[in-house]
Ligand binder design. Structure first.
Ligand code: ADP
Length: 173
C-alpha cells in the first residue's frame, strides 16, 4: 500500500525513514539536517563507522543506521543524484535510490517505510519527473511479492504534494 503524507518525515513512527544523504554520510542541509538534528548524535556515530569501513555511500546506493531519538526504528541513507541537465544518468540513479532503499529495508525486516522527495531540494532534480520516477519504482517493487506493508511518500513542500496527489490519483485535499 502507498500512502501520501504532507509534513516532516522526522515525526513518523514507521519502521524506517529514508534520508536524502550525500556521499560523505556526514550530514548536510534539508531533510538530512532535520533528521540528524531530531535524531541526535547516535545516527552520525553509525554513519562515521560505515564511512570508516566502506568510505561513505555511492550515488544511487543506500545504507542503514539506527534512528537514534526519532520515533522510527531505522534511518536508511540513500544518495540521490545532483541534477546536471539529465545527461549524466540522473534518472536511473534516482530510480536506483528507491530500489536500493527498498532492498535494504526488506533485508532488515522493515515493514513500513517513508521516503522524502529525494534530490528535489538542494540537488535540483525537476520535481514532476522525480515524482514520476519515485512512484513508478515503488509501485513496481510492491507489485512483486515482497514483505513490505506500507510505503509513505512524505512531501514537505506544496509543489511536491500536489504532484504526488495528482499522480497517485488522490482527489482528497
Ligand atoms: P537533496 O539534496 O536530495 O535535494 P534536500 O534535503 O535538499 O535533498 O531535499 C529533498 C526533499 O526533502 C525536498 O523536497 C525538501 O522539501 C524535503 N524536505 C526538507 N526537509 C524535510 C523534512 N523535515 N521532512 C520531509 N521532507 C523534507
Amino acid at each position: 500500500m502507498v500512502t501520501l503524507v504532507k509534513g516532516d518525515i522526522t515525526k513518523l513512527a514507521v519502521d524506517a525513514i529514508v534520508n536524502a544523504a550525500n556521499t560523505s554520510l556526514l550530514g548536510g542541509g534539508g531533510v538530512d539536517g532535520a533528521i540528524h538534528r531530531a535524531g541526535g548524535p547516535a545516527i552520525l556515530e553509525e554513519c562515521k563507522k560505515i564511512r570508516a569501513k566502506q568510505g561513505g555511500c555511492a550515488t544511487g546506493k543506500a545504507v542503514i543506521t539506527t534512528a537514534g531519538l526519532l520515533p522510527a526504528k531505522f534511518v536508511i541513507h540513500t544518495v540521490g543524484p545532483v541534477w546536471n541537465g539529465g545527461q549524466q544518468g540522473e534518472r536511473e540513479l534516482l530510480a536506483s535510490c528507491y530500489r536500493s532503499s527498498l532492498q535494504v529495508a526488506v533485508a532488515n525486516g522493515v515493514k513500513t517505510i517513508a521516503f522524502p522527495n529525494i534530490s528535489t531540494g538542494i540537488y535540483g532534480f525537476p520535481k514532476p519527473e522525480a515524482a514520476g520516477i519515485a512512484i513508478k519504482e515503488v509501485q513496481q517493487y510492491l507489485a512483486d511479492e515482497n514483505p513490505l506493508h506500507e510505503v509513505f511518500f512524505v512531501c514537505f513542500d506544496d509543489e511536491n504534494y500536489s504532484l504526488y496527489k495528482e499522480r497517485l490519483g488522490w482527489n482528497k485535499a
